[in-house]
Write a protein that binds this ligand. Structure first.
Ligand SMILES: O=P(O)(O)OC[C@H]1O[C@H](O)[C@H](O)[C@@H](O)[C@@H]1O
Length: 314
């Protein structure tokens, strides 16, 4: 009689190497047998490291605070429920710049593994934040009952981050959200950002004036702080190397129709106490997927979900 085979939890042979996940000192780390890894701080649910193809893909300032005293400068800070300085006379007015998600301590909800096709594995880490977990100051400043579930999924050549927002209260609330990704690059002068051509953007370095992008391959040649609006989330934003025209990163999104492109350049970099070394502006570019040019309204009991998937060195 044939012995029945026990199905393995992740649908692949139980003897195959599995992802490993560790949780120590408020940092959750996961790695795949193929060598990729990710690290997430519970403080801000901030991804601080993503290694793929044997290399670090994210920029982390050498001067960042990692002790929970300030938001982390680098990796992928999560911006919620307001982007930038909160508008005056708005429910978010009492909140700090970029809201409270990046400076609150989240809980680790658990991990799951699955097959990502072609024998590759995926490991997903889930993090949660809710009204009762906020500091008293933030609870008072934004009195809504909400639940956030942030999922970080690592596969062989890609990292996906997605956020689910649930209105657990009795009144509607509105929010903005952004995944403030600091990509690591060798030399900013060799970087081009593609698929922004003909899109409208707000230039925050020029009194928030509105412009239309004319370049098929945007070069960064000075302080850059632009909010591109109304993009098709399925069309990837490509960060490429100008010297050989090779893509370095490709970013697709779900429900996130805005893209912020930010580089502080020389003076702003020097002016940020937690940014360093001073010249490190040459080694980073922020390409931030979000929903920030208007507000998402969430009715009582409803949920919203959005995310990004970053592929590295295609
Ligand atoms: O210094 P932070 O609060 O982390 O903000 C860093 C940057 O975030 C975004 O990219 C904004 O568009 C910029 O205006 C801002 O300077």
């Amino acid at each position: 009689m044939e012995r029945s085979k026990k199905p393995s939890a992740i649908g692949v042979g139980a003897s195959l190497p599995q992802p490993t996940v560790s949780a120590k000192h408020g940092i959750i780390e996961a790695s795949l047998p193929s060598g990729e890894s990710v690290a997430v701080y519970l403080y801000g649910a901030t991804v601080t490291s993503w290694k793929a193809n044997g290399q670090e893909q994210l920029f982390l300032s050498q001067k960042t605070h990692l002790d929970g005293s300030k938001p982390i400068r680098g990796g992928i800070p999560l911006v919620f429920p307001v982007f930038g300085p909160p508008p005056q006379n708005h429910v978010t007015s009492p909140l700090p710049q970029h809201g409270f998600a990046r400076n609150s301590t989240w809980e680790f909800l658990g991990k799951s593994s699955s097959e990502a096709g072609k024998g590759d594995l995926a490991v997903k880490l889930d993090f949660g934040l809710s009204h009762t977990m906020l500091s008293e100051e933030f609870r008072k400043a934004w009195p809504y009952e909400f639940g956030l579930v942030y999922s970080v999924t690592l596969t062989k050549g890609a990292l996906r981050t997605s956020l689910q927002v649930t209105n657990e209260g009795k009144e509607n609330f509105e929010f903005q959200v952004l995944m403030h990704t600091y990509l690591s690059v060798e030399d900013i002068s060799n970087i081009r950002v593609k698929n922004l051509e003909s899109k409208t953007y707000i230039d925050k370095t020029r009194n928030a004036t509105s412009h239309t992008e004319s370049s098929p391959a945007l070069a960064i040649t000075g302080e850059t702080d632009r909010v591109y609006q109304g993009l098709d989330p399925a069309t990837p934003i490509i960060v490429s190397s100008a010297s050989d025209d090779q893509p370095l990163f490709s970013i697709t999104r779900e429900a996130l129709t805005d893209i912020v492109v930010w580089n502080p350049w020389i003076e702003k970099a020097k002016g940020m106490a937690d940014f360093g070394p001073d010249e490190a502006y040459q080694n980073m570019i922020c390409v931030e997927a979000g929903s920030v040019s208007s507000w998402q309204t969430l009715e009582a009991g409803d949920s919203w979900e959005g995310g990004q998937s970053i592929k590295s060195r295609l």
